[in-house]
Design a protein around this ligand. Structure first.
Ligand SMILES: NC(=O)c1ccc[n+]([C@@H]2O[C@H](COP(=O)([O-])OP(=O)(O)OC[C@H]3O[C@@H](n4cnc5c(N)ncnc54)[C@H](OP(=O)(O)O)[C@@H]3O)[C@@H](O)[C@H]2O)c1
Length: 368
């Protein structure tokens, strides 16, 4: 089966397009010292979606001050005590004019024009700058990518519609536009893989422990040693604030550096879900013949193909820490159980129960 680049970036874009719901848990007070080198004023572009609140909380935990900039549509009651500048990244940046910050974190940039406009406006008045990008920027997922691997391009660079087709190339352009405005020694570009943990509104990683807990016969695609790359949102938040505190510049893939695969995902899901589940491993060829091959049906699984081999060396050298994935899975289940029934009634990713039963029946019947 070919795990196409299109499917991968589409999964990322779908996740990004769903509006955030639920109540992200307070960022875990990690193992780091809560005392910052010096308290800073940090502006977060966004800040009330999925990853933003974790960054806000980590920054506050370290003693920094945070200002938010957003339209006031998503989770607007989340941080009543913080200054929020209301505005739209699309031609609505007036509220940022004439203000100064020690650092900016752009975690809501998808359209190159928006990203460039805010970077250009803020450049003279800010210290450090962090742009949250994605591993979807790489041109080819059939190879193990490192930070200097070739990036996706788009024929028409004026395109602003973010789709599965355009997401990665537009984010690559966003990186370039930010770098054209911000001095290299002030700028960190972070490229996360699938971000998961409490508050994740995509349900991609969450599907696995939640489905495991439901029990019964469960399809596990491919082989136990098929690689999986994810990052806990709190580890991403920690490194993001480290970039500000420790003046880290450069480009970094943000991927849990501990080798992880589908077999370990099953072990972790079983360990935390304590369910009466019967895993049925089904090979890729059969799944392809059954027509269930998309990342939406088996999210975060990369098959035997290459895209779960993004290099983590540079981030580890720069001090990225990763908690065990079991902790990520456990904490997201705890968070999931706080959500209202209408949110948890149906997972936003993963094969449907009906389709899963059909695939299992076909798998069992294959040799009879
Ligand atoms: N989820 C993943 O697995 C994944 C993987 C790799 C990279 N990423 C990257 O992570 C980031 C996504 O983070 P997220 O899901 O937390 O946030 P998000 O959904 O992209 O952004 C939400 C935040 O941005 C604000 N916002 C959205 N549109 C705006 C606009 N036009 N003007 C001003 N503010 C706006 C929202 O508030 P209002 O609605 O109130 O304006 C909210 O605070 C993106 O940069 C994405 O590329 C995500």
């Amino acid at each position: 089966m070919k795990n196409s680049r299109r499917e991968f970036i589409k999964a990322g874009a779908i996740g990004a397009a769903v509006s955030a719901t639920g109540i992200p848990l307070t960022s875990m007070a990690g193992e780091k010292d809560a005392t910052p080198v010096r308290p800073l004023n940090i502006l977060i572009l966004g800040g009330t979606g999925f990853i933003g609140p974790h960054m806000v909380r980590e920054a506050l935990r370290r003693g920094h001050s945070v200002t938010l900039f957003n339209r006031g549509r998503s989770n607007s009651a989340l941080f009543p005590d913080l200054e929020t500048i209301k505005g739209d990244r699309d031609n609505g940046l007036d509220g940022l004019k004439g203000r100064q910050w020690d650092a900016v974190i752009d975690n809501s940039g998808y359209v190159p024009r928006h990203v460039q406009d805010s970077a250009r406006l803020l450049a003279p008045n800010v210290g450090r700058y962090v742009f949250i990008s994605t591993v979807s920027v790489y041109a080819d997922f059939g190879v193990p990518n490192h930070e200097d691997s070739p990036l996706a391009t788009i024929a028409d660079e004026t395109v602003e519609e973010v789709t599965g087709e355009t997401y990665g190339a537009l984010k690559a352009l966003c990186e370039q536009r930010t770098a054209s405005e911000i001095d290299a020694d002030k700028l960190a570009i972070l490229r996360p893989t699938y971000i998961c943990g409490p508050g994740d509104h995509t349900d991609r990683f969450s599907y696995w422990p939640i489905r495991t807990r439901a029990g019964g016969e469960m399809v596990w695609p491919g082989k136990p040693d098929d690689l999986v790359q994810i990052i806990d949102v709190r580890d991403l938040a920690n490194f993001t604030i480290d970039c500000v505190d420790r003046e880290i510049d450069g480009t970094y893939n943000m991927v849990n550096a501990n080798l992880y695969n589908m077999g370990k995902l099953l072990d972790d899901s079983l360990a935390i879900a304590a369910a009466d589940v019967s895993p049925i491993w089904i090979d890729e060829e059969f799944l392809e013949s059954a027509g269930v091959t998309s990342r939406g049906e088996f999210p975060v699984w990369s098959g035997a193909n290459g895209y779960a081999r993004v290099s983590t060396d540079r981030a580890v050298r720069a001090g990225m820490h990763n908690r065990p994935v079991r902790e990520t899975a456990r904490d997201l289940l705890t968070w999931w159980d706080t959500l209202p029934d209408e949110r948890t009634a149906e997972l936003r990713a993963g094969i449907s129960p009906e389709r899963e039963a059909e695939v299992i029946a076909a798998w069992k019947a294959r040799s009879s």
